[in-house]
Design a protein around this ligand. Structure first.
Ligand SMILES: [Zn+2]
Length: 381
């Protein structure tokens, strides 16, 4: 009597040619389909275990040995991430309302190291989760990115908001903080309205108006050359400065571009640019005015300092002007018309792969905010 075979199953290989199926050997089957023996083994031996030949369910992650972290360790991770000082962006809020930003240069690995230290002091003796688990929670449950927000934010608003949020969790009275935040935002709004009003007024002002309103701002420094090769990340770049004087009456911008080898970007240079603009305006006999109103941000090194005030006083003593008003926007809430022009420039720069020289920058700036935007660009060609 024939002994019972130990084989649990037998495989037969068929190749279909038109309507007839021809039985072939395994080697022929593999070479005809261009598959390897391993692939065949996976299909038959390892995965198809059911007698009917249907593939069994995927067992990945269902071995029952995995340790899922729940309870206090997970709560501690959430608490640590919740304590991070994150900021929302004013501009990108419309596109991604829930996205928050963290300081640039930070990484999740560094955050985990910080978490380990925090655990040692806050929950001494309790175990920490692995960097991998921390990363999973951070990326899965939060929408926080490590990059600078597109535009500068108001530190005061963010500080007050996080103070309120923190105090609320501690069940402390926050009325005073809410009042401070409201007052601050009200002031910011009032000054912004003042600017809108000035814009409206200058739009309807007659050409011989004695009051001229301008906005001034320095663009974020531009690195030169701008390259994307690895080595360029480790070298110091030369900075290019771009100062904008935007005339609200004429709806015309003037940009002054220079490099750090020529001059710095302090109050002297800002004053010189304003004087240069004033000189070019006042040389035109049909373009006379006696009062100047300047809207600017709070940068102490550039706009808000005694040098600028002295420059204004000198203009009055020299009888060039009768009155100079300096209007400082609330920090973090200064959305000046100059920013619009800078936005066009930055958009253009992002599209350029490489920028090699200051002349290239000048060309890009002229292209971005040229004649069609009514912007004059002055620079060292
Ligand atoms: Zn603010």
């Amino acid at each position: 009597m024939r002994e019972h075979s130990r084989r649990s199953r037998t495989y037969e290989y068929y190749v279909k040619l038109r309507y007839t199926e021809t039985r072939v050997c395994r080697s022929a089957f593999m070479s005809l389909h261009g598959i390897t023996r391993k692939k065949l083994q996976i299909l038959m031996g390892k995965r198809i275990l059911s007698p009917t030949g249907t593939p069994t369910q995927d067992r990945r992650g269902r071995t029952g040995n995995s340790k899922s972290i729940v309870g206090p360790p997970l709560d501690h991770v959430h608490e640590h991430i919740g304590n991070l000082v994150v900021i929302a962006s004013h501009y990108s809020r419309a596109h991604s309302p829930h996205r928050r930003y963290l300081e640039t240069g930070l990484t999740i690995t560094e955050l985990h190291a910080n978490y380990v230290q925090w655990m040692e002091t806050t929950y001494t003796g309790e175990g920490c989760v692995s960097p991998r688990f921390y990363r999973t929670v951070f990326t899965r449950d939060y929408n926080i990115v490590f990059r600078p927000p597109k535009t500068d934010l108001c530190n005061r608003c963010e500080l007050l908001k996080s103070t309120i949020a923190h105090k609320e969790t501690q069940e402390v009275n926050v009325d005073a903080d809410i009042k401070t935040l409201e007052d601050h935002q009200k002031l910011a709004e009032e000054i912004q309205q003042l600017l809108s009003l000035a814009e409206k007024e200058s739009r309807v002002a007659p050409p011989d108006s004695q009051l001229r309103t301008i906005c001034i701002d320095l663009q974020q420094t531009l690195p030169c050359p701008r390259l994307h090769t690895g080595v360029a990340y480790y070298k110091r770049k030369m900075w290019i400065y771009n100062f904008c004087v935007y005339d609200l009456n004429k709806k015309k911008g003037n940009m002054y571009v220079w490099q750090e080898m020529t001059a710095r970007r302090g109050s002297d240079e800002i004053g010189s640019c304003i004087l240069k603009w004033l000189e070019s305006e006042l040389t035109d006999p049909g373009n006379q005015f006696k009062r100047l109103r300047i809207f600017c941000d709070n940068c102490a090194g550039q706009n808000k300092n005694s040098n600028i005030v002295v420059m204004a006083l000198r203009l009055i003593h020299a009888l060039t002007l009768d009155k100079v008003e300096l209007v400082f926007m609330v920090p973090g809430h200064s959305f000046l018309p100059c920013d619009r022009a800078f936005g066009y420039i930055e958009k253009k720069i992002r599209k350029c792969r490489h920028i090699y020289s200051p002349t290239d920058y000048l060309r890009i700036i002229r292209k971005a905010v040229g004649e069609e935007n009514n912007v004059n660009c002055h620079g060292e060609d």
